[in-house]
Design a protein around this ligand. Structure first.
Ligand code: PLP
Length: 366
């Protein structure tokens, strides 16, 4: 058995003992009624993570990583004869555009610099210029930098211009405020193994039921056709293909724990406190955040790597102490490191992390 490794990467996360135990609780066949009942329970609990919105939405459970849920959402819902506008300021926004292209669907990309937020005026201008835009797609928490995008603002535009929003909420669902009704969200994608604290395996899409029930001629995938899952899961709890069985059991325990712990708002407060402690500790060693602190989600922050140390050596020294942090992606590769605060992290873990960061970075100061 691997020892206790403190995972501060943006998923998968450290599991609680209860969630881990559910993974090993026994073998199960997904074609038996117990599993169908479990699936229905999990679908209901996913929808109820945000109890005050989404009464027109239903959850659909798939097997795959977060990317699978995003791709299923785009492959199923976006049209082949009208444009989807992708509003992007990082790796995950760009990935949505790449998916649409791979599925042969018309896409118009509005990209902003990674260190900047979404320019709502530019979005509005594009919506006015291009009447062929049918959907808008964007990322809630852009994990590339840790920025929490202004989806409330983007959603307002989507309402005003009557363009439904498709949201990558993979690294925010369960810990940041989500209001699918106010934001005109047609569907959002999420995963078990980030803010929900489940094990890797299941991912999900929360989508408007009228869209899932509609006869859409534009679906460009068999495995990722959400309507196929939705119909069967709603009626019977079964799935058309083999689910991530053990991890669905674990996801139920994780959702129960979320609920018992006070729901997403408590989780947000806990992450926020952890993130602030990490930032304060790093400031003491002369390490600055990449973005202004108010731009960040509670989930993850990015930091400028000091000249005197490479990411690899910082990573390796922390890894020797069973701590895993994350590097930068794309153009930010050599310049930053990232620290996520998701998962079953104790005060003791936090103290251990802060000591280790001080130890590794304190000595890099000129
Ligand atoms: C983690 C993440 C994903 C999905 O990544 P997977 O490796 O497929 O789980 C998608 N979008 C965002 C914003 C993410 O942080």
């Amino acid at each position: 058995m691997r020892g206790r490794t403190l995972l501060l990467n943006p998923g998968p996360v450290v599991l609680s003992d209860r969630v881990r135990a559910a993974l090993a609780a026994g073998d199960a066949c997904h074609r038996e009624p117990e599993f169908a009942a479990l699936t229905k329970e999990v679908l209901g609990r996913l929808r109820d993570v945000y109890p005050h919105s989404g009464r027109l939405h239903a959850a659909v459970l798939l097997a795959g990583s977060g990317t699978c849920a995003v791709e299923a959402m785009l492959a199923t819902l976006t049209p082949r004869d009208r444009i989807t506008l992708v509003v992007s300021n990082g790796v995950y926004g760009d990935r949505m555009a790449a998916m649409l292209r791979a599925h042969g669907k018309p896409v118009s990309e509005l990209s902003f610099p990674w260190l900047e937020g979404i320019d709502l005026e530019a979005v509005e201008a594009r919506l006015q210029e291009e009447p062929a835009i049918s959907y808008v797609a964007s990322v809630h928490h852009e994990t590339t930098t840790g920025r929490l995008n202004d989806i409330a603002g983007l959603g307002r535009l989507c309402r005003t211009y009557d363009r439904p929003l498709l949201l990558d909420a993979v690294s925010s669902f369960g810990a940041e405020s989500v209001d699918v009704d106010a934001w005109n969200v047609a569907a959002l994608a999420g995963t078990a193994n980030k803010c929900l604290h489940g094990a890797p395996g299941p991912c999900f899409v929360l989508a408007r039921t009228d869209l899932l029930e509609a006869d859409i001629p534009d679906v460009t995938s068999v495995y990722l056709d959400l309507r196929r899952y939705y119909g069967i899961q709603r009626d019977s709890g079964y799935s058309p293909f083999t689910p991530a069985v053990n991890s669905v059991y674990a996801l139920r325990e994780a959702l129960l724990e979320l609920d018992e712990g006070g729901g997403w708002k408590s989780r947000q407060a806990r992450y926020q406190e952890r993130s602030e402690r990490v930032t304060a500790c790093l400031r003491d060693t002369g390490v600055d955040t990449l973005l202004p602190v108010e731009s960040y989600s509670c989930v993850l922050r990015s930091y400028r790597l000091p000249q005197a140390i490479s990411y690899q050596s910082l990573h390796d020294r922390l890894r020797e102490q069973d701590i895993v942090i994350y590097g930068g992606q794309g153009d930010l590769g050599g310049d930053i490191f990232r620290v996520a605060c998701m998962g079953e992290i104790s005060d003791e873990d936090m103290n251990r992390l802060l000591r280790a960061l001080k130890d590794c970075l304190g000595r890099t100061r000129p």
